[in-house]
Design a protein around this ligand. Structure first.
Ligand code: HEM
Length: 270
């Protein structure tokens, strides 16, 4: 069977369905993704595989389900992959395709320059996301993906050098320093619940306990602070904004016809 590298949305749907026990938010937004695509948003059709591979969805769902049961940290990795897949490629025209989201035919490490850096301040983040058509609130909502997963010391250690970044809480500097005692690859969870999709990321920012500079800047900057406070206060509002922004992100740079392909091997272009 020709097993494509699974349209990201389909992969996401499976994740959402399967982790409902503990990642309610992921479930919620993935389900909304489904309904969005059922109605044919931007031509990305849920029926793409109906004839060519009708068993695709259960196969993917079961595969990802077992993988997540074995390792719940996969949820964060998948959400991050979705961001990088959609965000990296620039300049390419966006096509409405009735068939499904294809893989790009270009895969270059230098393109990752298009990703925002963890050293960005709020103004730079607003500009970077603005170039992809996201407003400030959508950018803050998407940053809330850091409710899942971890950052490695290498991504934040520059904040710890003398003088330490003044936007960090003095106790939290010690926590980060302890983590970095384990070397560049040592992992620091973004919030207290690394496998739960909740709004604790935003309450951490309020306590000046954001892990990346680009996280904490959202609370430091008056342009974004009210949004952080709103999400910290109202988790439902965060979930809704996140879902909508993720749907929008899934529509970035959709490839049509020969501009895209279905990879035989996910790791390399055909
Ligand atoms: C606002 C700009 C962003 C910056 C500067 C940024 C940067 C980073 C960095 C540096 C890490 C840690 C990498 C490491 O040390 O291994 C990370 C992890 C992560 N990012 Fe972002 N990111 C941003 C936005 C996003 C968005 C929009 C999403 C998804 C919608 C996302 C999802 C994730 C997830 C889930 C992880 C954890 C991955 C894991 O634990 O396996 N990030 N990000």
């Amino acid at each position: 069977m020709h097993m494509p590298p699974v349209v990201v949305k389909k992969r996401g749907v499976s994740v959402g369905r399967m982790v409902k026990a503990n990642i309610v938010g992921v479930l919620l937004f993935m389900e909304i993704l489904v309904s969005g695509y059922r109605f044919g948003v931007d031509g990305l059709s849920m029926n793409y595989y109906v004839l060519s591979c009708p068993m695709l969805e259960p196969i993917v769902r079961n595969t990802v389900s077992s993988a997540l049961q074995a390792d719940p940290t996969l949820a964060g990795a998948l959400v991050r992959m979705h961001f990088h897949d959609c965000f990296i490629q620039s300049g390419g025209p966006v096509y409405d395709i009735p068939k499904g989201r294809k893989d790009g035919r270009r895969s270059k490490i230098e393109d990752t320059i298009n990703l925002p850096f963890p050293t960005f301040n709020a103004t730079e983040l607003i500009r970077a996301f603005g170039q992809r058509g996201f407003n400030t609130q959508e950018m803050v909502a998407l940053s809330g993906a850091h409710t899942l997963g971890v950052a490695r010391c290498a991504s934040f250690k520059s904040r710890l050098s003398d003088p330490a970044d003044p936007s960090i809480d003095s106790e939290f500097v010690k926590t980060l320093s302890r983590t970095c005692g384990g070397g560049d690859n040592a992992e620091q969870p973004f919030d207290a619940t690394r496998n739960d999709f909740d709004n604790l990321y935003f309450t951490a920012l309020q306590r000046k306990a954001g892990v990346l500079f680009s996280d904490q800047t959202l609370f430091t900057s008056p342009k974004t602070k009210p949004i952080v406070n709103a999400y910290a206060f109202n988790q439902a509002m965060f979930f809704l904004d996140f879902q909508q922004a993720m749907i929008k992100m899934g529509m970035l740079d959709v490839k049509e016809g020969s501009k895209g392909e279905v990879r035989d091997n996910c790791r390399k272009i055909n």
